[in-house]
Design a protein around this ligand. Structure first.
Ligand SMILES: [Fe+2]
Length: 145
């Protein structure tokens, strides 16, 4: 089964998973004077995303379609760039701003498709996810100021 809502939700799942992977690289490898705050912040973010991606994948199932999975499969679908292991902390934060903004664009697409399909439950879920990522972008950008 393929429709615009399901397709856009599958993209959100792939990119959310990719962002979790990027947050892990940053959590493990961040170095410098802001180590403790960033190490902790990245963990909070991937922990929240790990719960969220499960809800989104199960929303796809509730709509009668199949959820994407598997690292190589998700990597092929995802549109999130990858950061180098030795990147400086500031570059990690800039990278995560871009990744969150890409995810926000995906979420907006899914929200709009859900609205057009009168699927208020999916629309509501996407709005809630957008609120989380907008807050994250604000926090990451505040770090860079
Ligand atoms: Fe850890």
């Amino acid at each position: 089964m393929s429709d615009a809502v399901v397709d856009s939700l599958r993209q959100v799942v792939a990119d959310t998973y990719a962002l979790i992977g990027q947050l892990h690289i940053c959590h493990w490898n961040v170095r410098g004077t802001s180590f403790f705050s960033l190490h902790t912040a990245f963990e909070e973010q991937y922990t929240e995303l790990f719960a969220a991606v499960d809800e989104i994948a199960e929303r796809i199932r509730a709509k009668g379609a199949l959820a994407p999975g598997g690292l190589s499969n998700l990597a092929k679908m995802a549109g999130i760039e990858e950061i180098a292991e030795n990147a400086p902390a500031v570059d990690m934060v800039k990278h995560l701003v871009k990744a969150n903004e890409k995810l926000l664009a995906d979420l907006k697409t899914a929200r709009d498709h859900a609205g057009e399909a009168n699927d208020s439950e999916t629309e509501d879920m996407m709005i809630a996810r957008m609120q989380v990522h907008e807050k994250t972008v604000w926090m990451l950008k505040s770090y860079l100021e």
